[in-house]
Design a protein around this ligand. Sequence first.
Ligand code: SAM
Length: 317
Amino acid sequence: MGTQQLKISHLKVHLTDHPEVWSPLSAVEMLSFLVEHDFLDTLEQQRVLDFGTGSGIVGIVCGLLGATAVTLSDYSAIAAQVAAANAQQNGLTGVVGVQSDRFQQIPPTCYDLIISNPPVQPWLFTDLDQPDNRAQVAAWNEAGADGRLVLDALLTTARQFLAPGGRLITSSSSRHGHRQTRQLLETHWSHRWRQIYAAEHAILPDYHGPYIKIWQHLQALDGDLRIYQMDNRGQRFAPQTDTAGNPIVITELSLTGSPQPVLLRPLPAGDWSVESPQGDRLVMLSAHDDRLPGPATSEHWYYEYYLFEAWRENAAG
Ligand SMILES: C[S@@+](CC[C@H](N)C(=O)[O-])C[C@H]1O[C@@H](n2cnc3c(N)ncnc32)[C@H](O)[C@@H]1O
C-alpha cells in the first residue's frame, strides 16, 4: 500500500492507497471544478455525507474546507474503513466511516450536503451472489444492470436525508442514460436542480472495452446515446447494431423543430429509413440529406461527464 498526495485547487490531500478500494483519481476533475467555482465555499459548520466514498477523497476535501461532521459511506466495508483512516491522516476529526448499500445503513441525520461521485458501469464483473465482496476493484464502479443503481438512489432518496435548504451534488455520465437522469431530477426535485458542468471524455478501450456492447444494447432500446462518435459538425452518433444484430446508426435529428432520438436504417441505394427508438418509421431520407451525420472525425468513442446540483426548499418554502 502506497501513499499519494493529490492537489485539488489550493488543497493538498494525503491518501493511503488500498488495492481493494477505488482509486481517487476520477474525483479530481469533479472536486477541482467545485472548489474553483465556489460550490464548496459555505461548508463551515455543515454536516456532509460523502455517498460512495471510496478512498474518502470527496468527503475529506469537504472536511478540509470546514465541514464539521462528515460521514463517509460505501458499500465496501474496506473502503469505509480506509476512508475514515485517510480522513484522520489529513488531520480531520468528526469524521465517521459507514458501510452501507446506498441509503440502507445511513444514519438518519439531516445533512446540509450530500455529495457523490457514484459508480456508473453496468454489472459485468460483480458476483451477484456476493455483491459486497468484489474481487476486482474496478467492479466497485458497477451498479446494476444499467449502471444506475446508486445514481437512482441519490436522485430519488437523498432529498429525505437533507436539512431544509440542503444540497445534493452528484456527478453523472451519459453512460448512465442522460435523459433518465434529467427526468428523475425533474420528478424528485421539481425545478430545484441545475446542471453545473459537462465535459467530453474518450472511451478507453483497455478499461471501458468490455462494457461497450452493454451500452450499445441499452441505447438501441431507448435511443439515449451513452457512448458515441462525432462528425466534423459535432453531431453525435453511434454506428452499431440493433438488438436483432442489424446495422443501425443512433443519433438525434430535428425532423419537426426540436432534436429527437432516432434510429437510422440503411436502405438499398444508400437512402435511410428514420425510425423512433420504438421502431416506428418517421420518414425516409436520401443519402445526401445534410441532416444525416457525416463521417466520424476519429475512431474514438466518447461519453459526457456531468455535475448536477439539486436542493431542498428551505424552511420558508
Ligand atoms: C466511482 S467510485 C467513487 C469513489 C470516490 N467517491 C471517488 O470519487 O474517488 C464509486 C464508489 O461507490 C461505491 N459503491 C458501489 N456500489 C455502492 C452501493 N450500492 N452503495 C454505496 N456505495 C457503493 C464503490 O465502492 C466506490 O467506492
